[in-house]
Design a protein around this ligand. Structure first.
Ligand code: DNO
Length: 344
């Protein structure tokens, strides 16, 4: 296991040397943020991030994310041009020493939450999700917490109408087309692709979501068996689906898991939850059971603590402060150490 920490590049308010001070930290997970989706990231931008990370004593072997252009998800004729650019990004990432690329295939919206500052009794705050609140939102005029608002309202409207009639089957076919097209670049660069599950793992605003549960992964690996086609096992995303047996899934897909996002959720109803500190006892996700299942089944990938709470007065990007993620990382290092030693 290699422990990593998400770092939002040179604009992140958390400096690399603070990240390095978290004991057990091997590297950062980052991205090029100033190139529009669908364009090629210049190699020198990647090399600059790598150099900064290495100077701080950290590796840069995981990219989260290289975003997938909507035309690829929509299966439009223009997709081939964007796929070519994506392949070049994979090659450039490989040249910069990247081993794993995290991406998602969610139409239009990435992760969704309804509250960025859910208040805990002890004064901490965290992200939360309430399904009824979400249903009342108008997707055509959406300003959701935590969502990168890169579209204008007009662009969003246009994009949503392009998705009218999109089915799960069609979206899945478009994912398979994309993966088959990029696998040669992954083979050449020896880079693993790690698809992030849909968060939360169910359809949103009538848009299909296809990476939500066990059958979805079975279907994905059957369609594209290449070993570079792998997953980001995100306990917070999959865990919101009460139907997912995550300990079982962690074991079953351990060897296809190139990246693990480990985080805790506390259920407040059949659909709602808030995020909590990483400890198994603090929520409904069996972090211990998942780590054990991963280790015992041959997981050898990257791990990062996922969303933390804001604690000790820190006012950081919600979910991505230093303090609680640092505590999460050391907790996870302890769990891995214990489970790995026990299994030797
Ligand atoms: C949220 C993140 C996601 C993730 C993307 C991967 O905190 O886990 O935004 O980076 O879905 O493409």
């Amino acid at each position: 296991m290699k422990m990593t920490f998400r770092w939002y590049g040179e604009n992140d308010c958390i400096p690399l040397n603070h990240i390095k001070q978290i004991q057990g930290m091997d590297g950062v997970v980052t991205a090029v943020y100033d190139v529009p989706v669908g364009e090629v990231w210049q190699l020198d931008k990647l090399l600059r991030l790598k150099e900064l990370s290495n100077e701080a004593g950290l590796t840069m072997e995981v990219i989260e994310s290289v975003p997938v252009h909507e035309d690829i998800k929509l299966g439009k004729p223009t997709r081939d041009k964007y796929i070519e650019a994506y392949k070049q990004n994979i090659i450039n990432c490989g040249k910069a020493g990247v081993k794993c690329i995290c991406y998602n295939f969610m139409p239009v919206f990435d992760w969704l939450r309804t509250d960025l500052y859910f208040k805990h009794k002890d004064g901490a705050t965290s992200l939360a999700y309430c399904h009824d609140t979400l249903l009342k939102l108008d997707p055509k005029n959406l300003h959701l917490p935590g969502w990168d608002e890169s579209y204008s309202t007009d662009e969003l409207n246009a994009l949503l109408s392009e998705y009218e009639g999109m089915t799960h089957e069609k979206l899945f076919e478009n994912l398979v087309y994309f993966l088959n097209a990029i696998m040669p670049a992954c083979d050449e660069a020896d880079v693993d692709m790690a698809i992030h599950p849909d968060d939360p793992p169910w359809d949103m605003f009538g848009l299909p979501r296809i990476i939500c549960k066990e059958e979805d992964y079975d279907r994905l690996f059957e369609a594209v068996p290449n070993k570079h086609n792998g997953i980001t096992f995100c306990t917070g995303s999959l865990g919101a689906g009460r139907f997912n047996d995550m300990v079982k899934m962690a074991g079953k897909y351990a060897k296809r898991t190139y990246f693990a996002h480990l985080r805790q959720l506390k259920y407040t109803s059949d659909t709602d939850f808030y995020e909590n500190g990483h400890l198994t006892a603090r929520g409904n996700v069996d972090i211990y059971g998942i780590v054990k299942a991963l280790v015992e089944n041959g997981f050898d990938g990257y791990v990062r603590p996922d969303h933390g709470r804001n604690v000790w007065g820190e006012d950081a990007k919600p979910g991505y402060g230093l303090f609680d993620r640092a505590m999460g990382a050391t907790y996870l290092c302890g769990l891995f150490e214990a489970v790995e030693k026990f299994n030797k």
